[in-house]
Design a protein around this ligand. Structure first.
Ligand code: EPU
Length: 444
């Protein structure tokens, strides 16, 4: 099992390119199940979750057919519809496996998907996904830990579906309903749909495949079902959470970074809070290739931070609010603020695995329910730390880069699920990070 050893106190400076989005790529890959024709995705990140999704799709008869080419280009072709069972073994390693549910139901009329369990960040129910499937006419039952969904004779029929829950809408639930409704009979209206940009990216692919969808990216999505979908070629949106993580990495190291391919338009709440902290994020026009119009989804931006980190109040919210997937990284930054910050987590109220680990590094954090008060300290101290989720691990890497001395972040396979070659990319801009293999039981 690998760890990162980080020597803190180095300023980041240089240029990084933001990769294609993991959370967009996973449902986009699953959408290839909706057609018998090949679907090509570009700028696919090289991540453990993507490899797991490929494995799952292969079991479901949908294979990558361009092995050996550019590894960021992936052509998926669903040629065999005989197995529609997404097994526990795979879904338990990657909760996002649940996003095959809508495409399988839409194309094959029946499927069996292992019920995803909770995970380190909370319970993660899927009742809203199932509510959506039922509203389209599907029959849903449970058998041996699997969700069994079937379409009655006559097929799925469009409906008006309310997808709001106690914590807002559901991103993958909206993706599932949109995929199934794309090939249902008649019109579906999703009310209280997730507005996340990854939902809009999925809609863009589906439209390229022949679907009729409007309103994706807003709380009301309208889908007019079509009999079948066809081939498409689509470039995945840049990863807004990776971009936000690197913005904060620059800030916490008092650095000066240029991020290329940055989806600034999707990060307005994050940039607003960073500005309040004293971080400057400026688009760089001269890096735009001649003749290319300005694209706020793929900008070059320069991020700089003064020496004083000002405290702020932040509440995580569904998009366009401040994203839960950047909360842990923000807490790392605020541990060094000049005063008290208040952070409230409204999407996953228990997503605070990083708090105890940051405390081991000298942070002063007081948690009460879904809120933490972070009292800024003058410095953090290196320590061995570990977190059992992706974003909490990213938070610890940031803290390690700012801390005095050596930090060892254990079990970085969580990071590898969502950040491609994080250590070498940060090393390229001045961080001192090495990956070491640690035997299980030795030092963990
Ligand atoms: N919820 C329900 N019922 C449901 C579904 C969700 O009550 O049927 C609740 C959840 O418990 C949570 C809230 O609704 O409180 C939002 O959950 P959502 O369904 O939107 O989460 P998700 O679609 O499973 C995606 C991302 C997460 C990200 C969340 C919220 C992917 C693969 N995952 O999960 O990303 O935190 O949306 O934005 O897209 C990550 O990348 O680290 C990550 C966890």
């Amino acid at each position: 099992m690998d760890s990162f050893v980080i020597e803190g106190g180095r300023r980041l400076a240089g240029k990084l390119r933001i990769n294609g989005s993991k959370n967009a790529a996973l449902p986009l890959m699953a959408a290839a199940l909706l057609t018998d024709e090949p679907v090509t995705l570009r700028d696919v990140p090289d991540l453990a979750d993507i490899r797991n999704m490929l494995r799952l799709l292969a079991e479901l008869g949908c294979h990558r057919v361009n092995e050996g080419d550019d590894r960021r280009v992936m052509t998926l072709h669903a040629t065999d519809r005989s197995n529609s069972h997404a097994r526990y073994d795979i879904v338990r390693t990657m909760r996002a496996g649940v996003c095959v549910l809508g495409p399988l139901l839409g194309r094959r009329g029946t499927c069996r998907v292992s019920m995803p369990g909770g995970c380190a960040i909370g319970d993660r129910p899927i009742d809203l996904h199932l509510r959506g499937m039922r509203a389209l006419g599907a029959e849903v039952s449970m058998d041996a830990g699997d969700i069994v969904v079937t379409v009655p004779p006559g097929g799925l029929v469009g409906a008006t579906i309310f997808l709001g829950g106690p914590f807002g809408s559901t991103v993958l639930g909206t993706a599932n309903v949109m995929c199934a409704a794309a090939v249902a009979r008649g019109r579906t209206v999703i009310e209280s749909a997730a507005c996340e940009p990854e939902v809009a990216d999925l809609a863009a692919l589906l439209v390229r495949m022949g679907a009729r969808i409007s309103g994706a990216g807003t709380p009301r999505i309208t889908i007019d079902g079509v009999p079948q979908l066809g081939k498409a070629d689509h470039t995945i949106m840049p990863d807004r959470i990776e971009a936000g993580t690197f913005l904060m990495a620059a800030a916490i190291t008092n650095g000066d970074l240029v991020l290329d391919n940055c989806p600034t338009d999707t990060l307005l709440a994050t940039i607003d809070r960073l500005n309040a902290i004293g971080v400057e994020v400026e688009p760089i026009e001269f890096l735009r290739p001649a003749g290319h119009p300005a694209d706020p989804q793929r900008q070059a931006v320069r991020v700089t931070c003064g020496r004083v980190i000002r405290p702020v109040e932040v509440t995580t919210q569904p998009h366009p609010g401040f994203p839960t997937d950047l909360q842990a990284q923000l807490v790392a930054l605020l541990t060094l603020a000049d005063g008290n910050s208040v952070i409230t987590e409204r999407i996953f109220p228990d997503r605070f695995l990083h708090v105890a680990e940051l405390t081991r590094m000298g942070a002063k954090i007081f948690r009460q329910g879904p809120t933490v008060i972070v009292s800024g300290v003058r410095e953090l101290h290196g320590a061995p730390v570990m977190a059992s989720d992706l974003r909490a691990s990213a938070c610890l890497v940031l803290a390690g880069m700012a801390a005095q001395g050596t930090t060892t972040v254990n079990r970085v396979y969580h990071l590898d699920r969502g950040y491609e070659s994080m250590e070498s990319r940060l090393r390229d801009v001045g961080a001192r990070i090495t990956r070491v293999s640690v035997k299980e039981g030795a030092g963990e």
